[in-house]
Write a protein that binds this ligand. Structure first.
Ligand SMILES: Nc1ncnc2c1ncn2[C@@H]1O[C@H](COP(=O)(O)OP(=O)(O)OP(=O)(O)O)[C@@H](O)[C@H]1O
Ligand SMILES: [Mg+2]
Length: 162
């Protein structure tokens, strides 16, 4: 992933769905390198958020990285889906995989700083912790639901009125 440019470190209002689409489809987008592994279901939602794009892109790339790793053997099947949706108060990015999932004892620990099940050198155990911190800093949150058939992560931001 390319480093964020300075301009991306300031909060700004933008349409979340269109922006997520650009991360996938622009050649230098933060998700461009894994675009063929994603099933982009619906990004047509026109709701706006106010956020620091560089931080949000890092958080989303990290959640997507986890989802792809949950599909070690068949990630090419576009089994990780991305959807942006909204309600009157908030706008959500939902990242859903049908990978290995997490047992309940593991799911409660995922998100603790430095908690990882990856081999040494493969992960720091900071991805979810930092992603959740970024969403919280923006007044939103990150919720994770996991079971034997996969994992769903909802990244929520407050909606900005036009
Ligand atoms: N989508 C997922 N499916 C299954 N397990 C997951 C998923 N996302 C996270 N996990 C589990 O939660 C742990 C913590 O995830 P987190 O992203 O915080 O750290 P990491 O991926 O291990 O390392 P890092 O993100 O710092 O490279 C992972 O090691 C993995 O066991
Ligand atoms: Mg991770």
């Amino acid at each position: 992933m390319r480093p964020p440019e300075d301009a991306e470190l300031e909060p700004e209002p933008f349409v979340l769905g269109a922006w997520v689409g650009s991360l996938v489809s622009a050649p230098d987008g933060a998700l461009a390198s894994v675009a063929d592994k994603l099933s982009v279901r619906d990004l047509s939602d026109s709701a706006r958020v106010r956020a620091t794009k560089g931080l949000l892109a890092t958080a989303l790339a990290s959640v997507v990285d986890n989802a792809l790793r949950a599909h070690a053997t068949n990630a090419s099947l576009r089994a990780v889906s991305l959807v942006v949706s909204s309600d009157p108060e908030s706008v959500q990015i939902t990242v859903e995989d049908s990978g290995v999932g997490m047992a309940p004892a593991l799911a409660v620990r995922a998100g603790e700083p430095f908690f990882t099940t990856r081999d040494a050198g493969e992960g720091m155990g900071l991805g979810l912790y930092l992603a959740r911190s970024t969403l919280a800093r923006h007044g939103g949150g990150l919720e994770l639901t996991s079971g034997p058939t996969g994992t769903t992560v909802v990244m929520r931001l407050p909606r900005v009125r036009d």
